[in-house]
Design a protein around this ligand. Structure first.
Ligand code: FES
Length: 123
């Protein structure tokens, strides 16, 4: 961590993209506070960005069930709830909680020059 903890800024990224990944600029990292989520449009499609304890995760902002807009649902205690049929997903990686065995489409994330960037290819 680069911060003392007094700042609301995120400080890390969740990055498991291949070496030759193409990165898409999305938003200022300082605008996504710890514990917060933000919907964003990108050339890769609609995104849901979440800052969990200083680590940023990026998901397609569509439920894998029938396409509900995840950013319109509840988000508390690290759980994303789809507003349509209330499927639940872990915000730390996107695995389905209820029902299990489902998975959000996730993008690798990096922070570069104070900007959040996502890899073009989903992981
Ligand atoms: S569309 Fe998300 S749970 Fe059905």
């Amino acid at each position: 961590m680069m911060d003392s903890g007094a700042s609301p800024k995120q400080t890390e990224s969740f990055h498991d993209a291949p070496e030759d990944a193409a990165w898409i600029d999305v938003m200022e990292a300082d605008d996504l506070w710890i514990g917060d989520r933000v919907e964003a449009e990108s050339v890769a499609g609609p995104l849901l960005l979440i800052n969990l304890a200083g680590t940023v995760f990026a998901y397609e902002n569509r439920c894998p069930h029938k396409g509900g807009r995840l950013g319109d649902g509840e988000f508390a205690n690290g759980v994303i709830v789809c507003p349509i049929h209330r499927w639940e997903f872990c915000a730390h990686g996107g695995a389905g909680i209820n029902p299990a065995g489902t998975q959000l489409k996730r993008y690798a994330v990096r922070i570069a020059d104070g900007r959040i960037q996502v890899a073009w290819e989903r992981v």
